[in-house]
Design a protein around this ligand. Structure first.
Ligand code: SAM
Length: 185
């Protein structure tokens, strides 16, 4: 049956494991770059959009036990995997479309973490750049006063200079970020 996430389905359990392992290899770095922006205030809600395995969401929940951390993903298989793998009192996962976020109330969220999510939202089920605008507009509607919206993703380069800060340190058997950048450029 075709559903809105059909083209994002990775296949069987082994395919998902392989995909998620590669993504989770840098989960700590991803959370470290974002966590400094979130206020650790009791009861605040933080939403991890497109949480996939839920690994980054769980690191956030461990870092901020006073916050309510919610991971959302459009793919119900991801929600099942995350629920099976991780359980903490301040952590939950749910199915929702990041562009609509219809399971949340306006003025209720203190922070959004969009980690490698927006390029998925725009690029799957046909490319539509407007979905990035819709997604961010919806998040602004849901944010409380002084809420924080963090985006970690690719940059669509316009006609202006872009400064990238990339590590030159190789990681075990993998090349450094700067070597990878040169390779793919
Ligand atoms: C590259 S993964 C990023 C996972 C995780 N945030 C990380 O950085 O490790 C992108 C995730 O976004 C999810 N996704 C794609 N389109 C979505 C949408 N419209 N709403 C919510 N999640 C979506 C995919 O199912 C996938 O799990």
């Amino acid at each position: 049956m075709q559903t809105k996430y059909t083209t994002q389905d990775r296949g069987d359990k082994k395919d998902y494991q392989q995909y998620l392992e590669a993504m989770d290899a840098i989960a700590i770095e991803k959370v470290a770059s974002a966590s400094v922006f979130f206020e650790p205030k009791q009861g605040n809600i933080l939403v991890d959009v497109g949480m996939a395995s839920g690994t980054s969401t769980t690191i956030l929940a461990q870092l901020f036990p006073q916050l309510d951390i919610i991971g959302v993903d459009i793919n119900p298989k991801m929600v099942d995997i995350a629920n099976e793998t991780y359980q903490l009192p301040n952590l939950s996962f749910r199915e929702d479309d990041g562009e609509k976020l219809s399971t949340f109330k306006e003025n209720s969220v203190s922070g959004f973490f969009n980690c490698s999510a927006i390029h998925h939202i725009t690029s799957y089920n046909d490319y539509d750049n407007n979905r990035a605008i819709n997604t961010l507009r919806r998040q602004v509607e849901l944010l409380k006063d002084k809420g924080v919206l963090v985006i970690r993703d690719f940059v669509k380069v316009e006609e202006k200079e872009v400064i990238l800060e990339l590590s030159t340190v190789p990681k075990d058997t993998r090349p450094s970020d700067s070597d990878l950048f040169i390779q793919f450029a």
